[in-house]
Design a protein around this ligand. Structure first.
Ligand SMILES: [Fe+2]
Ligand SMILES: [Fe+2]
Length: 165
């Protein structure tokens, strides 16, 4: 079992891997598989950001004195930006599905996805720098265990388990 909040960065890594699988399918021009993987990625990240907003960010807000770049509103604002951006990627992919000649639109989508990956990288770094370690610092072992267990239970009911292939 995970024993501190910093270990949640493993979920970030899993999500990066899932997005990579989606991009591999795009390069293979397997648009159906690329769509399935992007939809799955969306579910996973909605679940992950939902857990952070439900369990972690309120506690962080309550106990941590906000620091420049580490304000709770940064995390939440980035979540909605990420989800909106993702919707745009999904819309573009739907359009590509119906094209006979897709090269131009495909390159355009990959450019957009590169920007999306920057956004994710920036967000994950911010959480790994502020949210997780600060929560590790201000919670007791009991609190850590209780919260992480709750999040794990939610994971089991949800879709957070990333299995590739
Ligand atoms: Fe987040
Ligand atoms: Fe996160």
């Amino acid at each position: 079992m995970r024993d501190n909040f910093s270990s949640l960065s493993k979920t970030h890594d899993d999500l990066v891997l899932l997005f990579f699988e989606h991009q591999k399918a795009l390069l293979d021009r397997d648009i159906l598989r690329a769509s399935v993987l992007l939809n799955r990625y969306e579910k996973e990240i909605q679940h992950h950001t939902g857990l952070e907003e439900e369990w972690l960010i309120p506690l962080y807000e309550e106990r941590i004195k906000a620091r420049p770049g580490g304000d709770a509103s940064n995390f939440v604002g980035e979540h909605s930006k990420i989800l909106m951006y993702l919707q745009r990627l999904k819309d573009k992919l739907v359009k590509i599905k119906n094209l006979k000649e897709m090269t131009h639109e495909l390159i355009n989508l990959l450019d957009d996805e590169a920007r999306f990956k920057d956004l994710i990288l920036h967000h994950d770094e911010r959480e790994e720098r502020f949210l997780f370690p600060e929560l590790d610092r201000v919670t007791t072992i009991d609190e850590k265990n209780r919260l992480l267990l709750k999040m794990q239970d939610a994971n089991h009911q949800g879709v957070l388990k990333v299995r590739l292939g």
